[in-house]
Design a protein around this ligand. Structure first.
Ligand SMILES: Nc1ncnc2c1ncn2[C@@H]1O[C@H](COP(=O)(O)OP(=O)(O)OP(=O)(O)O)[C@@H](O)[C@H]1O
Length: 526
């Protein structure tokens, strides 16, 4: 026993006097009883010296001497230490349920047994071991994979807080322990050399990045070019050019070149009010239609969209298909380094749409789409680094629309998202609030803290205080993947197994300096 409950004890908090020789740490887990005799789990949230024993708590000195082991001198010295604990709930068969009865005054307080905590923070065959309790290193903390993936998650912290390390710990186990499929959107090419914790890379694929325009839906091609959703006449012309180029068998850059050729050809014909021929919307046969001068304006706009797209995004157009190169049971890295943010968003919108629609079709029995996107045969977790690029606030672009749709519907079709960001308040609030599990490493900016708190009702004021005081690699985890909010020391992923390590500037400069020393004479010779 480490102490005795005294003073005001409620369903949510209780104070206990502790023996100064056995003071529990901040964040330590303790158990006591409520008035119904049920075991209540609490976490120490504050420890203070009480230089005066509270007289009105029907304590007799003899009782404290006998039960709490305070020595007479301590009591005479009035050096009593008081801890305040927040009630986490009633413990029942390894589960935690809300506590509805106040904690019983004078009941004994004990450190929670490791076994009990291991049962609560389960590391079983359905969970990922993400780290250890911050307050009890001997207890591992598991994340329930089904909840983590299907109800989505977010990893949030300041730069250098340990986001990528945490993502690696998760991805490593999802692929190696569960043979899961992960698609990793990697804007900075940080994971191209990702190595699994067993030192292997065989289940990692770095994909060629590109879009085969002919595999798009006509409306998607129009959106890709930037044609606004309500420009119906322009979209109609573009759709006819699209289906014609597809009917004629063009692909990649030649496909877009052919669409441009058709646009220019139709402009000339329209000037003469002539007839144009195009493939019908099913792409089965060619039909002819009269084109008039009144179509010129929209045809000229369509041509401008195509020319602009070619000059801005031609390097996106390949005959390589990112989707077709993905594999089930692999970490599929989409390395977007070198693309600008607009290009990245176009590619990610294309991938999100095809993965979600592919999973919907597959689950409904239309398996032919598997040829274009093999990974749709099993649930897919899409992890998005720098999530604020792809899910910015106040933005209704394609990528945000598809991310929102997956956040809302993905659970039914086995598509989960994991968003990683150091700018939480820049993330679309609807998408962030749908990320049920939040792994929050150090966040110091008060607005970011508030924003994260608003996105998850489980973050209480004292959890918010914990977040501001977290060290590197330490996290508060809330959400359905854990049984209760918990402070965790995240497992350290082996250095060099991903790009996350900080560049050793001094070492790099030293090496270059050494090299130039060696070649100094050579320069003279040259
Ligand atoms: N759990 C941990 N234990 C110990 N060290 C850690 C832990 N997590 C991360 N680190 C160290 O902190 C540094 C930054 O880690 P990491 O790259 O994961 O942070 P980050 O938040 O992704 O940074 P950035 O925002 O720059 O991508 C690395 O040197 C890493 O080794």
């Amino acid at each position: 026993m480490i102490g005795l409950v005294f003073g005001r004890a409620t369903t949510n908090h209780f104070n206990f006097a502790v023996n100064p020789s056995n003071i529990p740490k901040f964040g330590e887990f303790v158990v006591t009883e409520n008035r119904d005799g049920e075991i209540v789990l609490g976490v120490v949230k504050e420890i203070s010296n009480l230089n005066k024993l509270i007289e009105d708590d029907h304590f007799s000195f003899e009782y404290l001497l006998k039960h709490v082991g305070f020595s007479k001198t301590l009591i005479e010295m009035n050096d009593i230490v008081v801890a305040t604990a927040r009630v986490l709930g009633v413990v029942e068969n390894g589960d935690i349920r809300p506590n509805r009865v106040p904690v019983k005054p004078s009941s004994e307080v004990r450190l929670a047994e490791d076994e009990l905590l291991k049962e609560i923070f389960r590391c079983d065959e359905n969970s990922i071991v993400v780290g250890n309790l911050l307050a009890r290193e001997s207890v591992e903390v598991g994340l329930n994979v089904k909840e983590l993936v299907l109800r989505h998650f977010a990893i949030l912290s300041v730069t250098g807080g340990g986001k990528s390390n945490t993502a690696c710990v998760i991805m490593d186990q999802i692929v190696r322990k569960f043979n899961g499929t992960v698609v990793l959107i990697d804007p900075h090419g940080e994971y191209v050399h990702f190595t699994f914790s067993d030192g292997s890379c065989k289940k990692r694929r770095v994909l060629p990045v590109g879009i085969r325009p002919e595999t798009l839906e006509p409306w998607e091609f129009a959106s890709l070019l930037g044609v606004s959703r309500d420009a119906n006449v322009q979209r109609l012309h573009l759709e006819r050019m699209f289906t014609t180029a597809k009917y004629e068998g063009y692909s990649g850059r030649d496909f877009v070149e052919r669409v441009l050729e058709l646009a220019e050809n139709w402009i000339e014909v329209a000037e003469e009010n002539g007839e144009v021929e195009f493939a019908d919307y099913k792409g089965r046969r060619k039909v002819a239609r009269l084109t008039r001068q009144r179509d010129l304006d929209s045809l000229l706009r369509v041509r401008d969209y195509i020319i602009r797209f070619q000059s801005n995004y031609e390097d996106l157009l390949t005959n390589e298909d990112t989707l077709a190169n993905m594999r089930t049971g692999y970490l599929n890295v989409v390395n977007l380094s070198g693309f600008d943010e607009n290009q990245m968003r176009i590619i990610v919108a294309y991938l999100l749409r095809n993965i979600l629609k592919g999973r919907i079709r597959y689950i409904r029995g239309y398996t032919e789409f598997k040829r274009n996107c093999p990974i749709i045969e099993a649930p897919v977790l899409i992890i998005i680094e720098e999530g604020h690029i792809f899910a910015p606030k106040n933005d209704d672009s394609e990528v945000v629309r598809w991310l929102s749709r997956i956040a809302r519907e993905g659970r039914k079709f086995g598509v989960g998202i994991g968003i990683i960001s150091q700018r939480p308040k820049k993330i679309n609030d609807d998408i962030l609030s749908q990320c049920n599990t939040k792994i929050i490493l150090r966040i110091v900016e008060p607005n970011d803290q508030r924003y994260v708190q608003q996105a998850s009702e489980q973050i209480s004021e004292d959890l918010l205080n914990d977040i501001a005081s977290l060290g590197k690699g330490e996290a508060v985890i809330v959400g359905s993947a854990v049984k209760l909010p918990v402070a965790v020391k995240i497992r350290k992923y082996p250095d060099g197994y991903y790009g996350g390590g900080d560049i050793d500037v001094v070492e790099e400069w030293r090496k270059v300096g050494e090299k130039s020393e060696v070649f100094k004479d050579l320069d003279l010779i040259v």
